[in-house]
Design a protein around this ligand. Structure first.
Ligand code: CA
Ligand code: CA
Ligand code: CA
Length: 331
């Protein structure tokens, strides 16, 4: 009240400028506009401005995710743990909000994340010869009894010697026949190509490296097709290995079955328990290697050695060998 019968009326949230048509002159009244502190929109990020509060003349009501005097500060919901993400989700802070994403092995919208049972759903990558076991957020595969591998791949055999590291430093060599071993690539095919007689006896080795005492290709940059011939003689004895399966299988070729002193031997306790020459029915006298096996079920638990022998300088006096495997049953 200013004087008798006269009042000062304040229009909150308004200014003269915003209400040009509503305000009409009246001789008994005079207009006195209030300063609206909200008129220049001080609240950010959709904050609601309320005029007339605090010393500044306004206050901001902030929407979820924002704080500060003018709603200009993001709330880090992940850091202050006010988020509603599942415990099996990861929280990522965003300006004005946050994001939830289910962890690996869980599925859902990030707020509810349930464990995926990979074993039950059969969307696991276990080998068909493995057992799947659920773990928290994941699963494990173990090869079944009688199989070898990492659970994703389970085989009835595992490799003992394949020569792929082309390193014979743990082997005992005698004579000169094995000096340039192992041999790289299908050298017989390379030399037959050079001969041009249409002879076709691929080595059929596994990987890149194998033993071939006729060949002379001790590395990949050495010219293909070179030979040392039948003349050199010698032997090559492996480091010891444990027999823990029923069978050993291997690839063997060359050295016709009528050639004496060219063979592969298995030695247990200093005794030769098996000796095998390359022969495949009528297909002996051929560079191509064929699979042979030894039934070692009577020797499980023993340590054994493989010995390759080339004690011949005559025709076909050489041995081809690769891929010694231990197998629970014959593939
Ligand atoms: Ca945030
Ligand atoms: Ca090999
Ligand atoms: Ca020889």
């Amino acid at each position: 009240m200013l004087a008798r019968g006269k009042y000062s009326c304040e229009l909150n949230n308004s200014t003269h400028g915003e209400h040009e048509r509503d305000l009409v002159p009246d001789q008994d009244h005079f207009y006195r506009g209030t300063k609206n502190a909200c008129s220049n929109s001080p609240c950010q990020n959709n904050g609601t401005c309320q005029s007339g509060f605090t010393k500044k003349g306004y206050r901001c009501l902030c929407p979820d995710g924002w704080t500060g005097g003018t709603c200009n500060m993001d709330i880090d919901e992940c850091d202050e743990k006010s988020h509603k993400c599942s415990k099996n989700a990861t929280c990522t802070n965003k300006k004005g909000s946050y994001k939830c994403r289910c962890k690996h092995g869980f599925h859902g919208d990030g707020y509810n994340c349930t464990d995926i049972d990979e074993c039950q759903k059969q969307n696991n990558k276990c080998s068909k010869n493995a057992t799947c076991t659920k773990t928290d957020g994941s699963y494990r595969c173990n090869c079944n009894t009688g199989f070898f591998g990492d659970g994703f791949k389970c085989t009835v055999c595992y490799t003992i010697f394949d020569f792929e590291d082309h390193d014979l430093s743990n082997w005992t060599l005698s004579g000169t026949a094995f000096n340039n071993q192992p041999t790289y690539g299908d050298n017989p095919s390379e030399r037959f190509k050079k001969e041009g007689k249409g002879r076709n006896e691929p080595s059929k080795h596994r990987g890149d490296w194998w033993i071939g005492t006729f060949e002379n290709r001790p590395n990949s940059s050495h010219p293909a097709g070179e030979i040392q011939g039948d003349r050199p003689k010698g032997s090559m004895t492996s480091p010891g290995f444990l027999i823990d399966t029923n069978f050993l299988t291997f690839l063997i070729g060359a050295g016709c079955k009528n050639v004496r002193k060219v063979r592969a031997e298995l030695i247990v306790d200093g005794k030769v328990i098996f000796e095998t020459k390359a022969e495949k029915g009528s297909k002996d006298c051929i560079e191509t290697m064929f699979e042979k096996s030894w039934n070692v079920s009577g020797f499980t638990g023993s340590r054994a050695q493989l010995r390759l022998i080339d004690h011949s300088s005559g025709g076909w006096g050489h041995i081809n060998f690769d891929h010694l495997q231990a197998c629970h049953k014959l593939p």
